[in-house]
Structure formats: C-alpha cells, structure tokens
Write a protein that binds this ligand. Structure first.
Ligand SMILES: [Zn+2]
Ligand SMILES: [Zn+2]
Length: 217
C-alpha cells in the first residue's frame, strides 16, 4: 500500500514537472514576448532582453507568481483527483510539488546559462538554444530547459553559429580583455561594439520591446 502511494505520488510529481515545461513555453512566448511590454512579467522579461547580462530579472517576484498560479491550477483539480486516490487535496500536492520543482530547475538552468560556462552536452545545448533566442530570434526557442514545445509549436530554430553583440556577451564566453574564448569559436561569434553608448542602449531597449534581435553591427 505504501509502495503504491509512493509510486503514484512520483507519477503525479512527474506530471507536475511535465506541466511546468509547457508553462515555461507558454509563459515565455505569450505572456512575456507577445504582450510586448504590457504587464509586469512582459516588461521585466523584455528589460532582461535589452541588456541580458545586467538584468537577470527578479526571481522572488517570479516565484510568488508561480506559487500562486500553481496553487490555483493544481490544488482544486487535486481535490477531484484526490477523490479517486487518497481523499482530499493530497493528490494535488505532488503535482504542485512537481510544478514548483520544474520552476526551480528552470530558474537555475536559465540563470546559470547566463552566468556560468557550459559543462557538458546538455548545458552547451541550453546555451546555444537560449542565446539564439536572445541574440538571433526572440520569437523562436521559447523553451529553455527542453526543445519539446518549440518542436510541437513550430518555433524551434537550431543555429549554426550564435552571433552575440560584444556589449551583451556572457561573462563565460569571453576573456577579461573581451576576446572570444577559443573553445566557443565553433558556435559563437562576437559582433558590434564592446560598449553601448546612450543611443545604442536606447536602440537595444526599443528592439527588445519589439521582439527584434539586437543590432549586430
Ligand atoms: Zn535569458
Ligand atoms: Zn525571451
């Protein structure tokens, strides 16, 4: 009996994780990009696009939103599921836990993709996929942890080379003097000036809020 409950809870947790991956795509594409700056999540995200390495976003606020949305989505449906399973809202809890776990993983993966060098095939893929989104095509590659939903909805783009504006280069991509690290030369190019003057910063912001890639030259 205990083993069965444990197994079902793990299944429900996995369902919550899976639900998160869809939300990651839907929120990023529709709530953040397609809203073009209307509403706080969209504004915050497009500010992240305007100057990605200096505007990581505000995870505490995002966490608050995800905690509330997950509770609304999963605890009531958990009540219905619970009638079939353990009684009460208990069935909703593992789904909710999976949702929160999924979001936590996403936050880590996204934050590290900006701040830390890749360490294996998956983390290298995450970076090529996500920085093509940032610097190549903001309306493609909305998934961050998985390409699944981009594939399903036809927004997957696999870049040969990601062209990164020097002024927005991830710290791990370059040496202290700003030169591209040799180990990334096969997949990344640096373009444009190293610093954004006020005019270029304004252009970066305007283009981010119009879902256009930053100017490359
Ligand atoms: Zn990002
Ligand atoms: Zn984005």
């Amino acid at each position: 009996m205990l083993a069965l409950i444990l197994l079902r809870s793990l299944g429900l947790l996995a369902a919550g994780l899976f639900a998160w991956t869809l939300a990651e795509y839907v929120l990023h594409r529709f709530v953040m990009h397609e809203m073009v700056g209307k509403g706080m999540p969209s504004r915050e995200h497009l500010v992240h696009h305007a100057d990605p390495e200096n505007n990581p976003g505000r995870p505490l606020l995002s966490w608050a939103g995800i905690v509330v949305v997950g509770a609304v989505l999963f605890l009531p449906s958990g009540l219905a599921l619970g009638a079939w399973q353990f009684g009460g809202a208990i069935a909703g809890l593992p789904v909710y836990a999976g949702w929160l776990l999924g979001y936590g993983i996403y936050e880590q993966v996204h934050e590290r993709s900006h701040a830390k060098a890749p360490r294996g095939r998956y983390t290298a893929w995450v970076r090529r996929h996500h920085f093509h989104h940032h610097h190549g095509h903001p309306m493609a590659n909305h998934g961050v942890t998985t390409p699944l939903w981009d594939r399903v909805f036809g927004t997957l783009e696999v870049p040969d080379v990601v062209r990164v504006p020097r002024r927005q280069a991830m710290p791990w991509l370059v040496h202290a003097d700003g030169a591209l690290r040799a180990e990334y030369a096969a997949f990344y190019r640096l373009v444009g000036p190293a610093d954004a003057d006020a005019r270029l910063a304004a252009i970066d912001r305007a283009r981010a809020f119009a879902n256009l890639a930053p100017v490359a030259d």
